[in-house]
Ligand binder design. Sequence first.
Ligand SMILES: [Cu+2]
Length: 153
Amino acid sequence: MTEDNFQKSSQYNRRPLWQWMLVLVVLLAAIGYGLMYYISKNNIDVANLFKSQQNNQQNNQQNNQQNNQANTVTITMENSAFSQPNITIRKGTTVVWVNNDDVLHTVTGDSNGPMSPDLKKGDSYSDTFIATGTFSYHCTYHPNMKGTVTVTD
Ligand SMILES: [Cu+2]
């Protein structure tokens, strides 16, 4: 073996390591690129998934708020009239009557149902309806002030 050949041979011997490094770098680059491509491609789905989860949470919150709002109905008494004289509600709903008039009003069930004290301006009276049925009521001071609450399951 000449010196030249030896150098070539040693070069040749060294080369696999360098090649290994190159292969490793190329492999890592390929894996990295593939991974990034995979992530970037899936990221849209992941982002949408996250977004839709957020939307679901927001929807749930909105639904809860709506349910909370739906569980309370406010009826104002203005110009000697009930703002919503006839309402239909689900069992468990709370109805709040608020007197916005300068005169006294009451919420008095015709036979059963709500039975408020005298309500002066700004006063409110609430009743949670746990039994189904139709409850008609009136104001003891103003016989024309009438209303009904229909409670369904
Ligand atoms: Cu009245």
